[in-house]
Write a protein that binds this ligand. Structure first.
Ligand SMILES: Cc1cc2nc3c(=O)[nH]c(=O)nc-3n(C[C@H](O)[C@H](O)[C@H](O)COP(=O)(O)OP(=O)(O)OC[C@H]3O[C@@H](n4cnc5c(N)ncnc54)[C@H](O)[C@@H]3O)c2cc1C
Length: 276
């Protein structure tokens, strides 16, 4: 006969076993990567290149997906790959906050062991729509450019895509703009499909007004009203937003990510997609 004590013991063993399996499978979802190199993009943002250690891994990472990167000392950061290349390397832009994961990553030497990333999970539930929309507004600040950069390049590179893109990119100063030259080159190459509007809070050399009229203030409702003058209420127009929390909530409200300037301008909830 099975006693109450035995039932309790079997029950506890069962629960412990289930928890161990869950933990193991979670652990198993990390993939080992090799750190290849780091190059400076700005004074505090670096381009990181990694390679998967095993052949039994994805060769590409979907754009707009998010991964957790774990450092050798077990610090975790949340990042979006900025592009895939033909040789199977994974590329990130990572801001160094001199602490936690980003601080540890900044100390890595090429060849460093013990770095792991999670299998990518997509942000979008549907397939990433590269040719579905007539107009996409990308509103980003600082290193919040990361997911927007992946989308922008993939969309522009798709020759038959009808999507026009306007990037509104807010930074503290000119020195903080990530991929400034690359953005200029893309504007030239895709002059009929890409518009870039910089917003700079501070002047450094007085030449900022050569490339933007928005100098001396952070992005605000008035600027958004000027720059997003069409598309409110139109299902063929999407807005993607990424940046610091206060920036995102100014643009599209919080805590439910519908509100802020975009709601005031008449954009519908279904038109907005924010990374948070
Ligand atoms: C899905 C996802 C993916 C991410 N991927 C990456 C990644 O790949 N790499 C990475 O390093 N980080 C990543 N992050 C982190 C995240 O993007 C940054 O922590 C966040 O954007 C802050 O960036 P920052 O430090 O450059 O901003 P800050 O330097 O703090 O601010 C940048 C600019 O934002 C503007 N701003 C700030 N607050 C306001 C406000 N209230 N009103 C108006 N303008 C304002 C100002 O112009 C300021 O100069 C990711 C986050 C998420 C949610």
């Amino acid at each position: 006969m099975v006693t109450t004590n035995q039932i309790l013991t079997y029950g506890l063993v069962g629960v412990a076993g289930a928890l161990m399996i869950k933990k193991a499978s979670r652990r198993g979802s990390y993939l080992d990567v090799n750190f290849i190199e780091r190059t400076a993009l700005t004074h505090n943002v670096d381009h990181y290149k990694f390679a998967f250690k095993s052949n039994n891994t994805p060769k590409t990472i979907p754009i707009l997906s998010k991964v957790h990167l774990k450092t050798p000392d077990n610090q975790k950061g949340e990042y979006t790959p900025i592009f895939n290349d033909d040789e199977g390397y994974i590329h990130f832009m990572i801001k160094n906050y001199h602490r936690t994961a980003s601080g540890a990553l900044a100390q890595l030497q090429p060849g460093a062991e013990g770095i792991r990333i999670t299998k990518p999970h997509k942000h979008f539930k549907e397939e990433v729509p590269l040719d579905k929309f007539k107009q996409v507004y990308l509103i980003g600040a600082g290193v919040g450019l990361a997911p927007l950069w992946g989308y922008m390049n993939a969309c522009l590179e798709k020759p038959e895509s009808p999507t026009k893109i306007k990037l509104i990119y807010a930074n503290h100063s000119k020195d903080d703009i990530i991929f400034k030259k690359e953005l200029d080159d893309l504007k030239t190459k895709y002059s009929d499909r890409l518009e870039v509007v910089h917003v700079l809070k501070t002047q450094v050399d007085g030449k900022e007004s050569d490339f933007t009229k928005y100098v001396g203030s952070r992005l605000n409702n008035e600027m958004l009203k000027n720059e997003l003058s069409t598309g409110a209420g139109d299902d063929d127009v999407k807005v993607f937003v990424c940046g610091p929390k206060k920036f995102v909530s100014m643009v599209c409200g919080s805590p439910w990510w519908y509100g802020g300037a975009l709601k005031e301008l008449g954009f519908k909830k279904g038109q907005l997609y924010m990374f948070h």
